[in-house]
Design a binder for this molecule. Sequence first.
Ligand code: NDP
Length: 503
Amino acid sequence: MSLPYAPRFAFYDGKRQSGTSTSSFQTIDPATAEPLANIHTTTHAAIDSAVVSAQKAFPAWSATPPIERARILQRAAALLRARNDEIARIETSDTGKPFSETSTVDVVTGADVLEYFANLVGGGGMNGETAQLRPDAWVYTTKNALGVCAGIGAWNYPIQIALWKSAPCLAAGNCMVYKPSEFTPLHSTALAEVYAEAGVPPGVFNVVQGGGDVGAYLAKHPSIAKVSFTGQVATGKKVAGSASGEMKYVTMELGGKSACVILPDADVDQAVDGAMLANFFSTGQVCTNGTRVFIPEAMKPEFEKRLLEKMQFIRPGDLHDPNTNFGPLVSKPHYDKVKSYIKHGIENDKAKLLCGGTEIPSWLASHTNKAYKNGYWVQPTVFTNCTDDMKIVQEEIFGPVMSILTYKSVDEVISRANNTDVGLAAGVFTKDLNLAHKVIAQLEAGITWINTWGESPAEMSVGGWKQSGLGVENGKKGLEAWVRNKSTLVEMGGAVPTVFAKL
Ligand code: NDP
């Protein structure tokens, strides 16, 4: 049977490697549950070859002047922009996210980061510091590339994650072996081809395909200097454990259960818009989602009334229709997981179901594309009268499931928002900016917003606190995660200042 997309293989030495696999699996269109492409799992021997390819490329790439690397990466950013819609369509097929999202967010925010790091290193971002100790003695520092690095990505923002990892990695002079999630691997070859066309030398950016086993092999590989991982907390702990045990550098971008705090003076309409953005964008499959929505007790009736009215503006349907703003969940296992949380919320936690639930969405029965009824579609769901001890309030669901909690005082809401072992993101909605800053200062999270949610520009360093991760991506600090420091003291006094001189 011919499939919509060409098979995916490993990519190293600057080209697709079709003889590197002994088994394959299929990537599935979440909207219809139909196969999209055959993906050939990279063997351990071929992973070794990808690492060797990167090792061979490293000396020349790391010695290339930053401004020349910058020019090549800027060309890649321009190619990504020129192919925005084509790549966005691939992402829509693979992830199930509407084209209205992938064409405006996924590729764009990846290309922006590539351009940002290219400009940063081209503009002196790799320069170190100097310190004059005495008139004839100086300390200078240099930033040095790490070597061959591994990038392991999650399935929710495939090309964006691949770019957020590879852009600073390559800009700093490293080489990368990248493993996409087995659920969304299609973008990986498209990105490798863009880099190659832009002039990135063979071996600098490489791809291996497969599941957790491939990721684990790569993360443990003795020739890998750093592992940058995006995924679940539990997987991140395993990966960080095996990598840091070998003194590899690690960056961990992990899960969360973020608090979206509506302060007492907030405009109700704005608060509802914010809470919806924090819960239903990308069908709730965003790591920073504000799934614990805290509202003042007195605001609850009006908030829920307006929320129910605005829930009508969530438009599932044909993913390529520009008006569609809600897609299916990414995969069958994830669909089962999210539905079991909704069921648990109803039957065990006994939260009040305000809307949504586990029933198959009613619009599917009359949809023109009959295959859609096989897809992983769920209803956007809101639970209210929630309490902090409920499982749906405590655990990351990673789906379109909002939990509404009420509070009496600002001090109380801060303490309850922080009462979790994760700390990825948090945000407040209010007209009182003094209060906003005071509350934000007390929230234990690495990424915070005031009167908005979810925007994560290239300039903004992002990373989780507590169990949500280690290190940051993006912004100036994002480059530091891909270099190691060397400090050199230069003595120019003309004589070695020895303590062993003749008395
Ligand atoms: P997983 O942890 O399941 O997988 C992440 C990646 O790790 C995948 O490529 C996966 O491969 C791979 N992997 C699985 N097991 C291992 C292993 N033992 N060693 C090495 N690699 C392994 O996460 P999900 O893909 O389910 O992603 C969703 C999670 O990612 C959520 O928790 C979300 O919050 C988090 N996330 C965090 C972000 C952040 O910036 N903080 C951003 C986006 C998502 P495969 O998929 O093929 O099994």
